[in-house]
Design a protein. Structure first.
Length: 231
């Protein structure tokens, strides 16, 4: 049975809670590691944002995707607060958000946000990739929708594991196909890979007409770190 968006959210919270509490106890300086995917934010800053988002969702303060000023405020409000307290603030809201995701009262971007930022932290710390069963089904849903929603002339085919999806409106536009690892696609779709890193995927045809259309937050120019290889 596929893992629901709510269960994916809960799993990401649980893994982050375990990992960051362990760092606080054994290597607290790692919490000050800068996260390249989120310029200016540390690991502590990313979890502050996630806690702030949870608080704002449950309080009914969010209307759509928050802007940079809003998210910066979430981080600033928690500067100097021990990460254990930031996690304690987040924890009571998890059940409500999980139920909301599964009933669609909370929109899917809430799950995408926590899974994306879990990856940001793992890559910044050179940790192993989060367990695939925790993000596979959610990323499949989110990436499939992104590919199928590509709205430009031409045809793009994305092959990812056993999945194959197409986007574009056809006609006389460019035609391309790409074979890509699921984690790489997920990271690329959420603007966690540079244009050069995405060009390095296995393309048949010119990737350039399609790269921006595949990204939620636009193309980035800075190469991103990757998780540690499996041991």
């Amino acid at each position: 049975m596929p893992v629901s968006l709510g269960d994916a959210y809960r799993g990401a919270f649980t893994r982050l809670d375990t990992r960051l509490r362990a760092l606080a106890a054994t290597d607290a300086s790692s919490l000050d590691t800068l996260v390249p995917a989120c310029p200016g934010w540390t690991v502590h800053g990313v979890v502050s944002h996630l806690s702030g988002i949870a608080v704002d969702i449950v309080a009914g303060r969010l209307r759509g995707i928050p802007d940079d000023e809003w998210t910066a405020g979430q981080v600033d409000q928690r500067l100097g607060v021990p990460v254990e307290e930031v996690l304690d603030e987040w924890a009571p809201h998890v059940d409500t958000i999980v139920a909301g995701l599964d009933s669609r009262a909370v929109p899917p971007p809430a799950a995408a946000d926590v899974l994306t930022h879990e990856g940001d932290i793992a890559e910044a710390l050179a940790d192993p990739m989060p367990p695939e069963d925790g993000w596979h089904d959610a990323s499949r849903l989110l990436c499939r929708g992104m590919v199928r929603g590509v709205d430009r002339a031409g045809t793009l085919t994305v092959r990812c594991g056993d999945d194959e999806w197409s986007g574009g409106s056809g006609g006389d536009g460019p035609v391309a196909a790409v074979d890509v690892d699921r984690w790489e696609l997920f990271r690329g779709v959420f603007s966690r890979r540079s244009a050069d890193q995405m060009r390095a995927w296995s393309w048949d045809g010119d990737p350039d007409p399609w790269l921006a259309s595949l990204t939620v937050f636009g193309l980035r120019t800075d190469d991103q770190p990757r998780c540690a290889p499996p041991s």
